[in-house]
Write a protein that binds this ligand. Structure first.
Ligand code: ATP
Ligand code: MG
Length: 223
């Protein structure tokens, strides 16, 4: 089953001058597939991820998530789809520094507003346990290590049981040991939970160990 499908996605920035950042990008990701995107700085990786994650709606082409057409949905619908179906992990974790680890992980589930606080807290503890940092749950987020913060960010991305995790250089800010840990967690999620992952990386070793590498060049997928 296709979790994500991009069909002929093109994107131009109009300012300061017209510039086509994406040209006819088409690909799909199967359930449980772990895919990396590589390419030189400026080739369009973040621009593409921004569209795939439904944040940017100003593009040509079509995007499907879980076989649902995303293109053309209202911003309210998109916010809901995003919160329900997509987990994000960025280079910098964007945790709320003054909140506890547990509160940070619970946040997207509270926003979704389906489960009770007790259920959400239990789910959050379960995700933290999955990532081996349950002992950090009650610490203030600014008082844990960089590698731990990134694992909290992954736990937070998982809280609503998304269909896909998207990452823009999720290991870019980590030393090789912590980057390996994050890789192993992603691999396990894809193999054991059949979660799909799409991760932009500059790290060759990381990319080589994923199921498939999408190479980009000048706004296109290189075949
Ligand atoms: N808001 C914007 N307005 C105009 N041009 C932009 C904008 N954002 C990005 N670009 C241009 O689009 C191209 C693709 O940028 P993008 O951020 O997607 O690159 P990238 O592949 O993620 O690079 P990096 O590896 O450095 O993160 C670049 O040439 C960039 O200058
Ligand atoms: Mg980028």
């Amino acid at each position: 089953m296709k979790i994500l499908e991009a069909i002929n996605i093109s994107k131009s920035f109009k300012k300061p001058i017209e510039f086509q950042a994406l040209k006819d990008v088409s690909f799909s990701i199967e359930k449980g597939e772990f895919v990396s995107i590589m390419g030189k700085s400026g080739c369009g990786k973040s621009t593409l991820l921004y569209i795939l994650s439904t944040m940017d709606t100003d593009y040509e082409g079509k995007l499907y998530l879980d076989e649902q057409l995303i293109t053309g949905q209202t911003s309210n619908q998109l916010a809901r789809i995003r919160n329900e179906k997509i987990g994000f992990v960025f280079q910098f974790h964007y945790l709320l520094a003054e909140f506890t680890v547990l509160e940070n992980v619970m946040l997207p589930a509270k926003k979704l507003g389906i489960k009770s606080l007790e259920e959400i807290e239990a789910d959050a503890m379960h995700k933290l346990t999955l990532l081996g940092i349950q002992d950090q749950a009650l610490k203030i987020s600014s008082r844990i290590s960089g590698g731990q913060k990134q694992r909290v960010a992954i736990a937070r991305a998982l809280i609503n049981n998304p269909s896909i995790i998207m990452g823009d250089e999720p290991t870019g800010n980590l030393d090789s040991k912590n980057a390996d840990t994050v890789f192993d967690i992603f691999k396990e999620l894809s193999e054991e939970e059949h979660l799909s992952l799409l991760v932009v990386t500059h790290d060759q070793d990381f990319a080589k160990r994923t199921d498939r590498i999408i190479h980009m060049e000048d706004g296109r997928i290189k075949l």
